[in-house]
Design a binder for this molecule. Structure first.
Ligand SMILES: [Zn+2]
Length: 480
């Protein structure tokens, strides 16, 4: 006999086979890890019901999906990375601040970041995350404890960038390291793909378009194709990278990826913001059409760019061209609520048009768009047969009242505090807004301690030997 949960909710964002619909007074029935029925309120058969939830003033939506995150480090970006950018690198943080921060972080801090982020994701209604980084084993193991659906991508590359003078970026190559990295990712897939009742899947993540050889990009794409798993690469994420690739190949990064044959249905481009047609490049357009024709997806991590003054130009333009847009959280905060809000607002700003990108467009990206990027028609929707990845939002709360249009409230007004319950694969993982597997005090203490160890080490990794206070001064000077 399956374990059955019956949820009666005042509002259900339900999928009718074509798109999300607003279902008032809906009933959703879950059996084990799947949704078996959705429709108008009905009396469910009473046998085998483990739980009945009466939530007449609440909103039930599919769980949110982040297709781009670095949960093994992102919380430690906090209180350091903001408000700092070097015009020499067109304000990208990739070449000075991030390498210093990453190098100064120790393994214990990485584990603290993963634990913190998993809790942060779940309490904000995220049920699936694509993690890109080096902590694959730990992420895969912890996914089972937290009950978070994770796609684990072990990042690998044939080279790295560095600056010796804060003026120029150089690339140092080690092709063997790239091949070994791919071998490690294949090994991780063997050990972990399908683990914790298929909560964990692995994907292939050559780190950046400018740090991987064409052979490594193609070999990793084949590895992904053979295993029917996604493939994701950072691309078109800085002006420096765009012009480096243009210089190397006489093509934009995205045109070059197309010619390598690596763009396709399972390809996800991390960022794809600094492209031909963007005012940041002053280069002719063409990249949006390439992405649309290839059928690949974009993981749009709006906030990490917006906080540097850089915008996708624009979410509306990509969408109208037929590019599959999904949302990524990338660095701190791991909040898809924020990602939806910023994606909509920044698109309106760029287009100078209120209606061009609306709550449906970004909610779709955070659910159906993410699912399509993952090649999963059983995620991102409330429909029979779909995974029971569900979020129950409070209807009577600071972010959700007054409740008339629940999706507008979620996109423009809500916060993690408005999330009441979250289920992943039918398992209750957040209850009363609390992440059941999280020891909050221990997680916060471990993260603080990780920061305290990291900040003093930074000086030894900066090209100019600057310490944390020089790299990122306090917002206000100290009281004298
Ligand atoms: Zn990233």
């Amino acid at each position: 006999m399956p374990r059955r949960i019956v949820i009666h909710a005042g509002y259900v964002i339900a999928f009718d086979g074509r798109g999300h619909r607003l279902l008032r007074h809906g009933t959703v029935i879950v059996e084990d890890d799947r949704i078996v029925s959705v429709g108008r309120r009905e009396a469910a058969p009473s046998d085998g019901i483990a739980e009945t939830i009466e939530a007449p003033d609440a909103v039930l939506t599919p769980g949110l999906i982040s297709t781009h995150a670095h949960i093994g480090g992102s919380p430690l970006d906090r209180s350091f990375i903001e408000d700092r950018g070097n015009p020499q690198f067109f304000y990208s943080g990739l070449f000075e601040l991030l390498p210093v921060r990453g190098a100064a972080q120790d393994d214990e801090a990485t584990r603290a970041c993963v634990d913190f982020s998993m809790a942060e994701l779940l309490r904000g209604g995220v049920t699936t995350v694509m993690e890109i980084g080096g902590a694959g084993e730990y992420v895969a193991a912890r996914a089972g404890d937290f009950g978070l659906r994770v796609y684990v991508g072990l990042a690998f590359r044939s080279g790295r960038w560095l600056t010796r003078d804060g003026r120029r970026v150089e690339w140092e190559w080690n092709e063997e390291q790239g091949r070994r990295g791919l071998a490690d990712a294949i090994e991780l897939h063997k050990r972990w793909d399908g683990a914790h009742g298929d909560l964990v899947r692995c994907f292939f993540s050559p780190a950046q378009v400018d740090t991987c050889t064409p052979e490594l990009l193609q070999a990793s794409k084949r590895a992904a194709d053979e295993r029917q798993r996604p493939w994701q690469v950072h691309t078109s994420q800085s002006v420096v990278e765009f012009y480096e690739m243009l210089g190397r190949h006489g093509q934009t990064p995205i045109a070059w990826l197309r010619d390598l044959g690596v763009l396709g249905q399972n390809a996800i481009l991390g960022h794809a913001i600094v492209i031909g047609g963007s005012s940041w490049t002053n280069y002719p357009e063409g990249d949006v059409a390439i992405m649309a024709d290839a059928g690949c997806s974009v993981a749009h991590a709006v906030w990490v760019f917006a906080r540097r003054g850089i915008a996708m130009e624009s979410f509306a333009r990509y969408r109208r061209a037929g590019v599959n847009l999904s949302l990524g959280t990338d660095t701190n905060p791991q909040s898809v609520i924020e990602a939806m809000r910023w994606a909509a607002v920044v698109s309106k700003l760029v287009e100078r048009n209120t209606e061009v990108t609306n709550a449906a467009h970004v909610f779709d990206a955070a659910t159906l768009g993410g699912a399509r990027a993952l090649g999963r028609d059983d995620l991102g929707r409330i429909a029979p047969g779909a995974q029971a990845d569900l979020v129950l939002w409070r209807g009577t709360s600071w972010g959700m009242t007054p409740l008339r249009d629940p999706v507008k409230n979620i996109v423009y007004n809500a916060a993690a505090e408005d999330v009441e319950r979250v289920w992943v694969a039918g398992r209750l993982v957040v209850d009363g807004g609390r992440v059941l597997a999280a020891d909050e005090r221990a997680i916060l203490a471990a993260l603080q301690a990780g920061g305290e160890r990291m900040w003093p080490r930074m000086r030894q990794f900066d090209w100019a030997g600057r310490d944390a206070d020089a790299l990122s001064p306090q917002t206000y000077p100290e009281w004298a």
